[in-house]
Design a binder for this molecule. Structure first.
Ligand SMILES: [Zn+2]
Length: 288
């Protein structure tokens, strides 16, 4: 049985106060000196113009990312540090060359877009966050001794362990396979570093459930233990000294998944779902 307990308290959005105060602050002095030479119609027109000047359009406090979500201005800060790992990047484009992605779009682009939305969604829940990279600048302190592209299997785990030391790591990926019918998300976990407890599997299960609930256009989400898999990409789970999940959000070799993966609204839903799963996991952990 899974208990979903929300400890997060969102304080009253400052927007409400701003909506009341701002128009008063920016309102020009009331004009009592209507030009005596104006006709009745002209006076009406001038008053209408004055009214329009009085109208203050409030911009949202937090624009752009997270469209449709009412962003809380004040959020109770949490202690947990979440590391977001955008899969691939730099000279490593990831998968996508033989897929339903248009030319020039690869896994690398999609994972960065979703990772930035996830960063936003986690911050909105009060988590401290850090990305392994921004896709532009090589992270300072990274030991590029394997292939020099900040490889996920071999160069990221030491960087995460030595410099970031998060409570949780989530690595974001796009899947590919020969069969175009294969679709849906997969959440991988690996118990290697946490054999004495079930953090990895529990957290992955929370994320899987949250994707099932929050991303309704995605096919059934699988939960997979990667401990027996040879694939080096799972080293980001195996070699990082923290609880972690690797999420394959969908298959670029499936037409519907490929469309979804490029859709900003679907990306936002996926990011929100992952953040929600992580929040539920840590909330539940705090109860035990
Ligand atoms: Zn990948």
């Amino acid at each position: 049985m899974v208990r979903f307990i929300h400890k997060r308290q969102v304080l009253l959005p400052v927007l409400v106060a701003a909506a009341v105060l701002l128009p008063a602050c920016s309102r020009p002095e009331a004009s009592s000196d209507t030009d005596p030479m104006l006709t009745g119609t002209e006076v009406e027109e001038q008053e209408t113009a004055d009214e329009q000047e009085d109208t203050v359009v409030l911009e949202p406090a937090v624009p752009a990312i997270g469209v449709g979500r009412i962003m809380p201005v004040v959020v109770e800060q949490r202690d947990e540090l979440i590391c977001i790992d955008p899969g691939h990047g730099f000279r490593d484009p990831g998968t996508g060359s033989d897929s339903f992605f248009p030319e020039g779009i690869y896994e690398r682009e999609i994972t960065m877009q979703v990772s930035l939305l996830l960063d936003d969604a986690l911050k909105a829940r009060g988590f401290r966050t850090v990305l392994t990279h921004d896709g532009v600048n090589m992270p300072e302190g990274a030991d590029l001794n394997w292939d020099g592209v900040f490889s996920a299997p071999y160069e990221r785990p030491p960087y995460v362990n030595n410099y970031i030391r998060p409570d949780y790591l989530v690595s974001i990926h796009v899947n590919a396979v020969g069969s175009p019918e294969k679709c849906g998300a997969m959440v991988f976990f690996d118990q290697n570093y946490y054999k004495d407890n079930d953090w990895n599997e529990t957290a992955a299960a929370y994320i899987r459930d949250s994707i099932e609930e929050g991303v309704v256009t995605t096919a059934v989400t699988q939960l997979v233990d990667s401990k027996d898999m040879e694939d080096a990409s799972f080293a980001i789970n195996r070699e990082t000294k923290c609880a972690s999940s690797l999420i394959e959000m969908g298959f670029c070799t499936n037409e519907t998944d490929a469309e979804n993966l490029q859709d900003p609204e679907w990306q936002r839903q996926m990011a929100e779902a992952i953040a929600e799963g992580i929040e539920r996991f840590f909330d539940d952990l705090g109860q035990n």
